[in-house]
Design a protein around this ligand. Structure first.
Ligand code: CP
Length: 303
């Protein structure tokens, strides 16, 4: 693995390896014994959009491992005044050992990876959110003791988080039913790959179908960053897709709920469902820390 731009680019053993390293880093962190795997390493944290979890977990996690995570707001760089990304990438690659980048366009992330000369990790694009999906898988495995054979459902917008969950869940041997309104389906290439998993994957516009018999239910916001102008239309189109208690009752009695946060209570998730499942949802947020460290440990320290 040279970069982490999408989960679909990883093999199942590579994915499992990251999850195993993340578990190990978590155990060592709780024991007060963080290994200094990133000693002397610098990582640019380049953000063109808001973030709480991705930025904070990486800043803290890189420090735990002895490295330096430098937050760079795209608004403050010369890129905001027109310096081409191709030039910014070539400069950052000479200062830093790796770049984590949150930007809208997957093509910009890929350009960074092509020309910077250092490993590049997605901090989320409109197409994918691999660190989030890895943290989700880590959390589900910790609660359920396994991934293969579990039945997962995703209810909501078939965008970046959903694209990455499809790649991750299917690679880990789970079955997944995605329910989204017409017009909000996952990316076409993700669906083509998912079709190769046969009956393990289903796409529907019926949210109850995704919930029925599930071991874990995922959801995500209806109005993502940059989509504020579409908010009214999106809320109309997603009406009926809320993960509420009645829908959750269709799942297995011990069904987990996962949400990448920030949550919009009363939209994609009912307030009582979020609070009843807060333990696993905030464990999921915590696991962003360990997964981010694991990806950098693999890329920069040969873990
Ligand atoms: N889930 C997630 O990526 O959170 P942030 O937008 O706060 O980084």
């Amino acid at each position: 693995m040279k970069h982490l731009l999408t989960l679909g680019a990883l093999t199942p053993p590579e994915m499992l390896h990251i999850l195993d390293i993340a578990d190990e880093y978590k155990r060592l962190h709780k024991a007060g014994a963080d290994p200094k795997d990133l000693q002397g390493k610098t990582v640019a944290l380049l953000f063109a959009q808001h973030s709480t979890r991705t930025r904070a977990s990486l800043e803290a996690g890189i420090y735990h491992l002895g490295g330096l995570g430098a937050y760079l707001s795209a608004r403050d760089l010369q890129a905001a005044r027109g310096e081409p990304l191709r030039d910014t990438a070539r400069v950052l690659g000479r200062y830093y050992d790796a770049i984590v980048c949150r930007t809208c366009k997957q093509a910009d992330l890929e350009l960074l990876a092509q020309v910077s000369g250092v490993p590049v990790v997605s901090g989320m694009t409109d197409y994918a959110h691999p660190l989030q999906a890895l943290a989700d898988l880590m959390t589900v495995r910790a609660y359920k003791g396994r991934l293969a054979g579990l039945r997962a459902g995703f209810i909501g917008d078939g965008c970046n988080v959903c694209n990455s969950l499809i790649a991750g869940c299917l690679a880990m041997g789970m079955t997944l039913t995605v329910a989204c309104p017409p017009g909000y389906r996952p990316a076409a290439d993700v669906l083509r790959r998912a079709a190769g998993y046969g009956e393990a994957f289903r796409l529907t516009d019926d949210p109850d179908e995704a919930a029925r018999g599930a071991d874990v239910l995922f959801t995500d916001v209806w109005v993502s960053m940059g989509m504020e102008r579409e908010a009214e239309r999106r809320r109309r189109d997603f009406a009926g897709y809320t993960l509420d208690a009645a829908r959750l009752a269709l799942a297995k009695p011990d069904c987990m709920v996962q949400h990448p946060l920030p949550a919009h209570r009363g939209e994609e998730i009912a307030p009582d469902v979020l609070e009843q499942h807060a333990a696993e949802i905030f464990d999921e947020a915590e696991n962003r820390l360990h997964v981010g460290k694991a990806v950098l440990g693999v890329l920069l320290a040969g873990r």
